[in-house]
Design a binder for this molecule. Structure first.
Ligand code: HEC
Length: 271
């Protein structure tokens, strides 16, 4: 996907502006995004992550010097079109239900021979250090734009992962005795000025799930679903959520299945 030079440089310009864009403290999430669109139109800096992800996908890397083009994301080696819309799913070779991020880790360690410590060194970028996992995720997810979420839950392990996700979603814990559902099962609820997405209805889950991963204006980074979930664990004051853990994958599968049939539009832009 070669972008014309002008479009790439204007994207970089908007990214730089976005990094320094002061987000007025008095704005709701919706107002902040409306202001962003008024300034930058439909341009989404996530494209920069997609481009870097595409290069990472296609470049031979690691001790074995192979690209990720033989990576099987569930629809056969190298097939990325529509793959994200069918994840998480059961994988015969690992004997696990995997989400996109954990599957990318599998391909980087088994195909390319990269040590896990290296793959996990930068899970989430922090402005200075960019995350390969975030870039690869952006590239793969964008190839599902227009695909409809399809989580058949045929395999017993997929059913078990869904059940785990559902139980965690409603499990009250932490110092405030909150569950995910405490913040996410009513419409129009807010914390301060942030609208709390309603995730227990089909419409609410679709509106949320189809827009992640997202470029976060307030952070100047592209964030994946693994990031979104660990940040909500933090908001709930729970111990840190382990990347690629059964709980992270179970919650993702639960949310994806709730959003069944929704049309993917991610990576999107979030506050
Ligand atoms: C204390 C309240 C609170 C709890 C508890 C909480 N969240 Fe959140 N969650 C938020 C807020 C606030 C946002 C929106 C953040 C923003 O816009 O920056 C959010 C956003 C999300 C989103 C993205 C929705 C979208 O439309 O962008 C998902 C998915 C999500 N939470 C899942 C969960 C899960 C799963 C749990 C339980 C592990 C959980 N949340 C627990 C407050 C909470």
């Amino acid at each position: 996907m070669a972008l014309p030079a002008r479009s790439t440089s204007s994207l970089i310009a908007s990214l730089l502006l976005a990094l320094s864009l002061p987000l007025a403290a008095e704005q709701t999430s919706e107002e902040a995004i409306a202001e962003y669109h008024a300034m930058f139109g439909d341009e989404n800096p996530a494209e920069l992550w997609q481009l870097r992800g595409e290069e990472l996908w296609k470049t031979p890397r690691g001790p074995r010097e192979v690209s990720l083009e033989a990576c099987d994301l569930g629809k056969g080696p190298g097939v990325i079109t529509g793959a994200y819309a069918e994840l998480p799913r059961w994988f015969e070779d690992t004997g696990k239900v995997q989400d996109l991020e954990s599957r990318l880790v599998t391909c980087m360690t088994t195909l390319q021979g990269l040590p896990e410590s290296e793959v996990f060194a930068i899970k989430f970028g922090d402005g200075e250090r960019k995350s390969d996992l975030e870039a690869l995720t952006a590239y793969v997810v964008a190839a599902s734009r227009g695909s409809r979420i399809s989580i058949p839950l045929d395999h017993p392990a997929e059913k078990a992962a869904y059940a785990l996700g559902e139980s965690v979603f409603f499990y009250r814990a932490g110092p405030h005795d909150f569950a995910c559902a405490t913040c996410h099962s009513e419409s129009g609820k807010r914390i301060r000025l942030q609208t709390l997405p309603q995730l227990t209805t089909k419409e609410g889950a679709q509106a949320a799930y189809t827009r992640w991963p997202a470029y976060r204006v307030s952070q100047g980074e592209l964030r994946t679903m693994e990031w979104r979930l660990q940040d909500c664990f933090r908001q709930q004051r729970l111990p840190q959520l382990k990347y690629g853990s059964d709980v992270a994958i179970g919650l993702t599968l639960y949310l994806a299945r709730k959003a069944e049939g929704g049309e993917m539009v991610a990576p999107s832009i979030k506050r």
